[in-house]
Write a protein that binds this ligand. Structure first.
Ligand SMILES: [Mg+2]
Length: 204
């Protein structure tokens, strides 16, 4: 249960993570492996490539994804074009279908969202993955509740990039000192908040 009163004390903007925050993602990775057994090498390549993308700031989302798909293809029979098609047409849609079927929104976070709406506190969705709108739809969460929906790759760098987090706050015209980041990862969401001097609430 989130102590909404204390958590939102002095807060003027809330930045919410998606995976593991808006819903409990336990079992999702395992389900992805079971569903995508026929393309496990691509799944493994996605994980590995993503790991190499950390802590580097690219000039744009286009540059980020161009390098990401190139790294996914490195040392494999498939090229970056195949990796890109697989990612957009198989990987993300599978993840979204599994979320819709097996994962419910976190009721405590829904309560926090409702409290923000009641207090007219602007909210942003800030994810480390694409497909955010589809994930919100899969969870039955209204995208119109948020003032900004953005993912880290389209800002040029994954969490906990200070530069990407700063861009989120700029887009919201928010002051870091009165901004609360809400997420399930201290090393991603917590560090994003820390880099700007914002507050952080960890979803257990
Ligand atoms: Mg997360």
């Amino acid at each position: 249960m989130i102590d909404k009163k204390n958590v939102l004390n002095g807060v003027r903007t809330v930045v919410l993570d998606v995976d593991g925050t808006l819903y409990d993602k336990s079992g999702l990775a395992h389900r992805m492996v079971r569903r995508l057994w026929w393309c496990l090498p691509l799944l493994a390549a996605e994980r590995l490539a993503r790991r190499t993308m950390h802590e580097v700031q690219y000039s744009s989302g286009e540059e980020f994804y161009a390098i990401f798909f190139r790294r996914m293809a490195r040392g494999h029979w498939w090229g970056p074009g195949v990796a890109e098609k697989w990612y957009h047409h198989i990987y993300l849609p599978t993840m979204i279908r599994l979320i819709a079927k097996h994962h419910a929104p976190n009721p405590h976070v829904l309560g926090l969202i409702d409290e923000c709406k009641r207090r007219k506190i602007p909210m942003a969705i800030y994810s480390d993955y694409g497909g955010v709108l589809d994930k919100l739809a899969a969870l039955g969460i209204n995208p119109k509740d948020f003032d900004l929906i953005v993912d880290a790759p389209e800002l040029g760098a994954l969490k906990p990039s200070a530069e990407s987090a700063r861009k989120v706050l700029e887009l919201l015209h928010a002051d870091p000192q009165t901004t609360l980041f809400v997420g399930d990862r201290v090393d991603k969401d917590g560090e994003s908040a820390k880099a700007l001097g914002a507050k952080f609430y960890l979803i257990p």
